[in-house]
Design a protein around this ligand. Structure first.
Ligand code: FES
Length: 101
């Protein structure tokens, strides 16, 4: 094993997990997470951060909010719930404030 040649400054994991209608755990973040993923990809691109702040769709992060989605930020950036696409700009402002280039 060795460290990868390319490493992000930060890595955002956005839950877009889908569960079937019979699941007792609810439907999952699903399409709400995909909307957040797309909004964050647009925002990182707009800010010229696509190479340094990676955004990845993932499965369940264990939070399962009833609205929005769950999001985890690498390097101890925390786990957030009820994130919506409208939060993308605020989230990136926060990231740039706490993890300057
Ligand atoms: S389904 Fe998204 S955190 Fe569990």
């Amino acid at each position: 094993m060795r460290a990868a040649r390319f490493q992000p400054r930060l890595h955002l994991f956005v839950c877009a997990n889908e569960r079937g209608p019979a699941s007792s755990l609810g439907p999952g973040c699903g399409s709400r997470g995909r909307e957040v993923f797309e909004a964050l990809k647009r925002e990182t691109g707009r800010r010229g951060l696509a190479a340094s702040v990676w955004v990845t769709e993932t499965k369940c992060l264990g939070v399962c909010p009833p609205e929005g989605c769950a999001l985890s930020i690498s390097h101890g950036g925390g786990v957030f719930e009820s994130v919506t696409a409208a939060d993308a700009r605020t989230l990136m402002d926060r990231i740039e404030g706490t993890h300057p280039r």
